[in-house]
Design a protein around this ligand. Structure first.
Ligand code: MG
Length: 385
């Protein structure tokens, strides 16, 4: 599937040129010429507050290597002149290593009151990213809240501000974690409203094939597979992908460990299905080195520090001819609705995290006939419930 050899490509220096020359979409604030409505004059300083919240899962969630029945998140509010933007920093234990303690310590270092213009997102978010390395989850939570605030101040949904067409949203996949045969059958029935199933594989061959065969005995819906780095040998990984390709599987996410480079390139080159980087793709800077290793990337707000960088990642991946998926973790409709704003621009969406929990404290985007349906509310489109 490679158009040119990856090493030749990197020798050309195209990766660094693309990275340096790249610029994502920028927000345009309202003009005030004679034929536009005068803007309300707003004044003030940004203020932030936050509190932890424990999201409870409908079923114990098991993937290759981990199992849990709750996820801790931090709910964030950024206010300006009486308008409040909502954000959320989910802290799934297996994904980033960030904890409630470390994320809280980071948030306590943030001083938003130094900013008096919430539209200067590039300045504000560059400051936040520079406070310390890592800490992508709380950074994403602040980014979501700031973007929500800006949308509310402009009185438009973010997808509209960015120029995206809400009629182009895809269907979301619905995730079925590793489980017993009986529970998988039950979960397939619970997934009746959704048109694509996402399956977590990556344990033993017997178990992986049991999961897929059980689903196939219940439904012929398309499946996307996430091996969560579970297949360690390139020949075995390709053998599994070849088997899956005969089961109407549409893509395979992170088949091998993120540190595996040459073997992953070999698997992608021979794979009949597109391969997507998840654990191997955290931020914008990762994309040039993933060209040739994977067919596409899975963007998650808590990995990439939020909407600003996610928008840039979509555009950069397109520069490389790579496919784009947007994913999530188990989180409320706050973070899910934020991610949903980007979905008119992606090939696959896996934003079902709010559907897998029992105590959602926001109302936002909805799934209608399996499809992500954006509302007309400003910002990320959420209300507290
Ligand atoms: Mg994944």
């Amino acid at each position: 599937m490679k158009k040119i050899d990856r090493r030749d490509f990197l020798k050309l220096g195209v990766g660094s040129i693309a990275a340096a020359a790249f610029a994502g979409p920028t927000l345009t604030s309202c003009g005030n010429s004679s034929n536009t409505r005068p803007r309300a004059v707003r004044k003030g300083r940004l203020e932030m507050k936050f509190a932890p919240y424990v999201v409870e899962l409908r079923h114990k969630f098991t993937i290759s290597g981990f199992s849990r029945d709750t996820t801790t998140v931090i709910l964030i509010e950024v206010s300006y002149d009486g308008v409040i933007g909502y954000g959320e920093a989910a802290l799934p234990p297996y994904m980033t290593g960030q904890t409630l303690e470390t994320a809280t310590a980071f948030l306590n270092k943030v001083n938003l009151s130094q900013f008096s213009n919430p539209f200067q997102l590039e300045d504000i978010l560059t400051y936040i990213d520079g406070i310390e390395p890592g800490m992508s989850c709380p950074k994403a939570g602040i980014d979501i809240a700031l973007n929500d605030l800006v949308g509310k101040l402009l009185d438009h949904p973010l997808y509209e501000i960015w120029g995206y067409n809400k009629d182009k949203t895809p269907c979301t996949s619905f995730t079925i974690g590793m489980d017993t045969e009986e529970m998988i059958r039950q979960k397939v029935h619970e997934a009746a409203p959704y048109k694509i199933l996402k399956v977590k594989l990556g344990s033993t061959e017997l178990n992986d094939k049991m999961i897929v065969n059980t689903i196939r005995s219940e439904t012929d819906k398309p499946i996307i597979v996430d091996a969560n780095q579970g297949w360690k040998d390139k020949h075995y990984a390709l053998e599994m992908i070849n088997w899956l390709s005969e089961k109407d599987v549409r893509l395979v996410e992170q088949p091998m460990p993120k540190t595996v480079i040459d073997d992953m390139a070999w698997v992608t080159e021979h794979s009949p299905l597109p391969t997507f980087a998840d654990e191997a793709c955290q931020r914008l800077v990762d994309i040039p080195r993933l060209y040739g290793l994977f067919s596409g990337i899975n963007i998650k707000l808590i990995k990439c520090t939020g909407l600003r960088e996610a928008n840039k990642m979509i555009a950069m991946a397109r520069c490389y001819g790579m496919k784009v998926m947007i994913g999530c973790t188990t989180e409320t409709s706050c973070a899910i609705s934020a991610a949903a704003q980007l979905t008119p621009m992606v090939d696959f969406a896996d934003i079902d995290g709010n559907l897998l929990i029992t105590n959602d404290c926001f109302d936002g985007m909805h799934i209608v006939n399996g499809r992500i349906t954006l509302n007309d509310r400003p910002g990320i489109g959420v209300m507290k419930v």
